[in-house]
Design a protein around this ligand. Structure first.
Ligand SMILES: Cc1cc2nc3c(=O)[nH]c(=O)nc-3n(C[C@H](O)[C@H](O)[C@H](O)COP(=O)(O)OP(=O)(O)OC[C@H]3O[C@@H](n4cnc5c(N)ncnc54)[C@H](O)[C@@H]3O)c2cc1C
Length: 488
């Protein structure tokens, strides 16, 4: 699983000088010590050092940098905060990373028209905080929101706990300024006008860095809900929690969030600095959040509570103020951080299954973990049927690595057999490209390759991602650095 890239071809001195003249000395890293930081994203078992990291500040700088790379036949990889969990921002084959860390300005926040225009390096929770000051929210809230960027969110079409009710990123992106792989700047969509012709914003959102770089993003904001109520159901088993989820949805409620945390995760959180007061002998905890018009919420809370109790909850806690609400959420939001206590490495699976199949699939996930002797901790978006089994291991032990690989593949296959798919929100990236034929026909993969070719005819934007071998534009002899070093 650990992938060692072929050594990255260095940029020649003349290209270094020209890139530096665009982004300044502090906007270009070529020193191997500096590049080390960028050799992986949050899926740390793959490591590919880039040949350089370029950090432009404006759309114009992105355009000039991509034009220089294009002229030299260099492949590039867009990178936001590197919190991706599918190896999407890996510089396979020594591509040049073009990072958006210095493009972090909210360019416009227009509360009357409920919209924002941001640079791609704006951190999700910074936008959320700025919008809240105007009584508005930016709804998609990945659990990584305190670090991940809007550019990464657009590229991955990210979701989050509140996307059950509010939808994922593509519902909110209305316009994009995109720098194409040859440096050309195109304006797609925009709030001023209805999209005419083909929906290119729709095509770009979720393109995982393969179509060029989103240099500015126009978004729609929504009013903050009048009221919100948060409950925590404590159960003896995952099956009970899963049943409560199914019952809540079957009763016609559409909660803002329905999130499950399993016993391993509860114990990890409670042993950590993020301790949220969950009982450590519980089999599962379910966070339910309802929001909307205040007057309707007591009735919704009563239904959710009744569903939890009839599914077997031993206790249901209801937050009575903002502080208690944060405490109920803490166990869920900090779960990934707390898992660091359980093992040095974790592989987060991201498969999705129909909600009604959750209890049976979770049982099988547990069996797979036990059979391979791998600890699996679950924390996931239950309302969407989006599982996140976390396979905990130590990558220094090759035997554990092999077991994790095998277990991960089996989990994916179980989910597909249950009518699900290989990714709910983390994307295909580098990690799952080989599994694409399990869920996409040859014809669909070919259509995706043709779409990629329309944006990126030479295959220079994020090579080696999403499409399996044999698909995608040929980068040609001139595309130095575009060769893909497959993981093992
Ligand atoms: C603890 C934790 C919790 C998470 N929870 C969630 C969750 O709840 N929901 C969810 O959806 N994801 C979640 N993620 C995954 C991840 O945070 C998201 O995919 C996020 O959108 C990645 O943003 P980033 O800025 O870190 O992007 P990166 O990891 O840097 O890049 C991700 C992809 O986007 C591309 N990209 C980045 N910027 C641009 C740009 N400007 N233009 C074009 N392409 C670009 C990259 O090439 C890459 O393919 C979680 C990750 C962690 C570590």
């Amino acid at each position: 699983m650990t992938s060692v890239a072929a050594s990255a071809p260095p940029l020649d001195q003349s290209l270094v000088r020209r890139i530096r003249s665009v982004v300044g000395a502090e906007g270009l890293f070529i020193d191997p010590d500096q590049l080390l930081v960028y050799e992986s994203d949050a899926l740390t078992q793959y490591r590919h050092p880039p040949s350089a990291v370029v950090l432009p500040r404006t759309t114009e700088e992105v355009s000039l940098v991509l034009a220089l790379l294009h002229a030299e036949g260099r492949a590039f990889v867009p990178r936001g905060a590197g919190t991706g969990l599918s190896g999407g921002a890996l510089a396979v084959g020594g591509s040049v990373l073009v990072g958006t860390a210095r493009m972090n300005r909210i360019l416009e926040l227009d509360s009357e028209n409920r919209r924002a225009r941001v640079q791609p390096g704006v951190v999700n929770s910074d936008l959320t905080r700025a919008a809240l000051l105007q009584g508005l929210i930016y709804a998609p809230d990945p659990s990584s929101q305190s670090a991940c960027t809007m550019g990464g969110n657009v590229a991955e079409n990210s979701g989050g706990p509140h996307c059950l009710k509010y939808g994922v990123t593509n519902r909110y992106v209305t316009g994009l300024t995109v720098v194409l792989p040859d440096g050309e700047v195109v304006e797609l969509g925009g709030l001023e006008r209805e999209p005419e012709g083909l929906d290119l914003v729709g095509a770009f959102v979720g393109s995982e860095g393969c179509f060029g770089i989103a240099a500015e993003i126009e978004l729609t904001l929504i009013p903050e809900s009048e009221g919100v109520r948060t409950l925590l159901g404590i159960f003896d088993s995952m099956e009970q929690a899963g049943r409560a989820v199914t019952d809540i949805m079957a009763r016609g409620l559409l909660p803002a969030a329905l999130e499950i945390i399993d016993s391993e995760t509860i114990r990890a959180v409670e042993a950590s600095i993020f301790a949220a007061g969950y009982p450590t002998d519980a089999g599962a905890a379910l966070v339910v959040e309802v929001d909307g018009v205040d007057a309707a919420l007591d009735a919704e809370v009563a239904i959710a509570r009744a569903c939890c109790l009839s599914a077997g909850a031993r206790e249901v806690r209801i937050a009575t103020n903002a502080e208690e609400r944060l405490a109920l959420w803490r166990g869920r939001k900090k779960a990934f951080g707390a898992m660091g206590r359980l093992a040095p490495d974790l592989l987060v699976q991201d498969a999705t299954v129909p909600r009604t199949r959750l209890p049976e699939v979770l049982r099988q996930v547990g069996e797979i973990g036990r059979r391979h002797g791998i600890l699996v901790a679950n924390v996931f978006h239950a309302g969407d049927g989006n599982l996140h089994p976390n396979l905990l291991f130590d990558r220094r032990d090759p035997d554990q690595v092999k077991k994790v690989e095998a277990a991960s593949k089996e989990i994916m296959e179980v989910c597909i057999r249950a009518g699900g798919t290989i990714t709910g929100e983390h994307g295909v990236g580098f990690d799952k490209r080989a599994h694409m034929p399990l869920v996409c026909s040859h014809e669909v993969l070919r259509a995706m390759a043709r779409l990629k070719e329309a944006f990126d005819p030479l295959g220079r934007s994020n090579p080696g991602k999403v499409l399996p071998d044999g698909y995608g534009p040929r980068s040609g002899a001139g595309a130095r650095g575009a060769e893909v070093g497959r993981g093992t």
